[in-house]
Design a binder for this molecule. Structure first.
Ligand code: MF3
Ligand code: CO
Length: 248
């Protein structure tokens, strides 16, 4: 069942989304060579709590950290540790916060120091793929239209589209219906209606689309070891478009 949010729910989700966007802005200057991912994770936790929210990922299905931090070939759900960021890395922060019972969810990939032209290309086109997907959203469009737009753009730019992980509805649960794949056929899938809130989140690889799960049971990495990027916004569907709730 796809929830249509009430105006009160939309207000709370706007605050949750704003906190997530602001957490990204707060953390960005810290993403320099030498900082550990555990330090980033605890800065994120403290900031989210200072805003009256809680980190949704913490203990979500047993997840052991506060936000997901994934480096280079790590696609999603990397776990904070004493690993240090290095010059030339790309790092994805996937941040979820819960405010008065409602969640916001946004991932963003950043370059650390000087990154290669290939990695710049991956970041540029994964971010653009997110907006390609968002720009088809309005009441009356279908979920398959989003996936079609993302996939078409990604394939045109020779990037691998991760299929095992998908976007999702967001609300009083972090993951609600519908699933929002980054592939699909136009005119198929659930109908979008004003008041729905969904997270659109392309995960694109410089190499093949294939991924696998590490022994820690969380971290997903690319099968060929090539870098991966991830850009995600939580949005509200409106009559003639969408509103980004996780603006930054
Ligand atoms: N934004 C991530 C997702 O949609 C949140 C994962 S929380 C975790 O998958 F606990 F599963 F890491
Ligand atoms: Co998500």
């Amino acid at each position: 069942m796809i929830n249509i949010k009430t105006s009160r729910e939309i207000e709370l989700m706007s605050v949750a989304g704003e906190i997530v966007g602001d957490t990204h802005k707060y953390l960005k200057p810290y993403l320099k060579p030498g900082i550990t991912t555990a330090e980033i994770d605890s800065l994120a936790r403290d900031y989210i709590i200072s805003r009256g929210a809680t980190p949704s990922c913490y203990h979500y299905e047993g997840y052991p950290a506060n936000i997901c931090i994934s480096i280079n070939e790590e696609v999603v759900h990397g776990i904070a540790s004493n690993r240090k960021l290095k010059d030339g890395d790309i790092v994805t922060l996937d941040i979820c916060a819960c405010y008065k019972g409602y969640h916001g969810d946004s991932a963003w990939s950043y370059g650390v120091g000087n990154i290669s032209d290939e990695k710049k290309y991956l970041l540029e086109h994964t971010e653009k793929a997110l907006y390609e997907g968002l720009n088809v959203i309005k009441e009356g469009a279908r979920v398959g239209d989003i996936g079609y737009a993302v996939e078409t753009y990604a394939l045109k730019h020779n990037l691998g589209v991760v299929k095992e992980l998908v976007g999702h509805g967001v609300g009083s649960s972090l993951h609600e219906d519908p699933e929002v794949p980054n592939y699909g056929k136009k005119g198929t899938g659930p109908l979008l209606k004003a008041g729905m809130v969904i997270a659109v989140e392309p995960m694109l690889n410089l190499g093949t689309a294939d991924v696998y799960l590490l022994d820690d049971d969380w971290t997903v990495i690319t099968a060929d070891g090539c870098p991966s990027a991830h850009f995600e916004h939580t949005i509200l569907v409106t009559k003639d478009g969408y509103t980004i709730l996780t603006k930054r």
